[in-house]
Design a protein around this ligand. Structure first.
Ligand code: SOE
Length: 389
């Protein structure tokens, strides 16, 4: 078993989330050797900004660095398949941001290569790793809610509310045919599948594009950035601003979710409620240390994250005492602690989302796109996995 300090990593992508990956790895003591950007200049600027030792001259130069054991892929969606595939082929463990790829065919290819490589492969569904969310996973598993029947909620943001807001995700050729659903709906659907232990088997989806023309700035625009005062050109938009989706999970659990990136005042609000036969839980990512617990016949409860009263799963994800708020960036640390325990052992393990979860999410999103196109319920098409893997 190697200590985390003996493991080397590199991050591909110079957006804000790449810097979050770097900082989480540094908190764990992992050696982050450098960053890869769309150009050497962008990588060099980012490396200086976040204090990285180097900016690789190219993606291949990073793969050729023998000190790099793990590659974190945070490039735009259309490069996830190419970058993850090349890293696996070069014998590197891979953590890839969601969505895993642009199509189910690409994600199936990645899964097949990853599962035959013996390498660690993870999809960056980091929102599972809020301590309170991990605690809910344990509650459901221990039967604290009774039989789960209904899952509801939303994932709302407002960073694309204005027609002058721009990001590569708006462009199908860079982000994929789905935008809000693929970018943040994927988190909500993965999270509720994780919490309930039940896969989504059918969807009824209605997507909407309210802002059909936007002003694209002349240069690149980082996620959540506001491009004030730059030269722009008008562009037609086909990807969805928002979605309302009905869901059926395995064994009959029902669900409903609203996804939007044009909801004024909601900065990054993932909310879920899980209703069981005896009790319910509710959680909002903008108040991540709090858990609402609903009862019939006795007072409801509001749990404030305190490792002393969380279950084992919640405690394992926590890094600060109660009252010291833990947030979005902390979830990356908790996720990578689980992933790097596997890297340290030199083989895949349990306890973190893999390429199998990323591929399954691609299948669900594919069903969402088809349901909207055909305006009907669509079953999630999961190929029968061959027994011999
Ligand atoms: C932008 O919508 C974004 O950064 C997503 O890409 C992340 O996955 C989400 O966690 C926060 O918002």
């Amino acid at each position: 078993m190697r200590s985390f300090a003996e493991i080397g990593a590199a991050v591909v992508g110079t957006g804000f989330i790449g810097a979050v990956h770097v900082e989480a790895l540094r908190r764990l003591g992992v050696q982050v050797h450098g960053v890869v950007g769309s150009t050497r200049e962008r990588a060099a600027a980012r490396a200086v900004e976040i204090g990285l030792p180097q900016a690789y001259g190219s993606f291949q130069a990073m793969l050729d660095d023998p000190r790099v054991d793990v590659v974190h892929v945070t490039s735009p969606n259309h490069l996830h398949h190419e970058h993850s595939r090349a890293a696996l082929r070069a014998g590197k463990h891979v953590v890839c941001e969601k969505p895993l790829a642009m199509t189910p065919a690409e994600s199936a290819d990645l899964l097949q290569i990853a599962e035959h490589s013996g390498l660690v492969h993870a999809t960056n569904f980091n929102l599972r790793f809020y301590p309170v969310v991990q605690h809910v996973h344990g509650m459901v598993r221990e039967g604290a809610l009774g039989e789960v029947r209904l899952v509801s909620g939303h994932y709302l943001q407002d960073w694309l509310l204005l027609d002058t807001d721009w990001n590569w995700r708006l462009e199908p050729e860079l982000g994929g045919v789905l935008r809000a659903v693929s970018d943040i709906g994927s988190h909500w659907m993965d999270l509720t599948t994780f919490l309930t232990g039940k896969r989504i088997v059918a969807v009824m989806a209605d997507l909407a594009t309210f802002i059909k023309k936007r002003r694209q700035p002349s240069g690149p625009m980082e996620t959540f950035a506001t491009g004030r005062g730059v030269k722009t050109v008008e562009r037609d938009i086909s990807t969805e601003d928002c979605a309302t989706i009905l869901l059926r999970y395995e064994d009959g659990t029902r669900g409903a979710v609203t996804v939007s990136q044009i909801s004024a005042g909601r900065k990054n609000s993932l909310l879920f409620e899980v209703d069981g036969s005896t009790s319910a839980v509710g959680w909002n990512s903008e108040r991540p240390d709090e858990l609402w617990i609903g009862h019939r016949g006795r007072p409801n409860e509001l749990l404030l994250r305190d490792p002393a009263i969380l279950n084992e799963e919640g405690r394992r994800a926590a890094s600060l005492p109660g009252g010291h708020a833990e947030g979005f960036a902390d979830t990356f640390r908790a996720l990578y602690a689980a992933v790097y325990r596997a890297v340290s052992a030199g083989k895949p393990s349990e306890g973190y989302p893999t390429f199998a979860d990323g591929h399954d999410e691609m299948l669900v999103c594919d069903a969402v796109a088809r349901s909207h196109r055909e305006q009907r319920w669509v079953e999630v098409e999961r190929a029968v996995r061959s027994a011999a893997r």
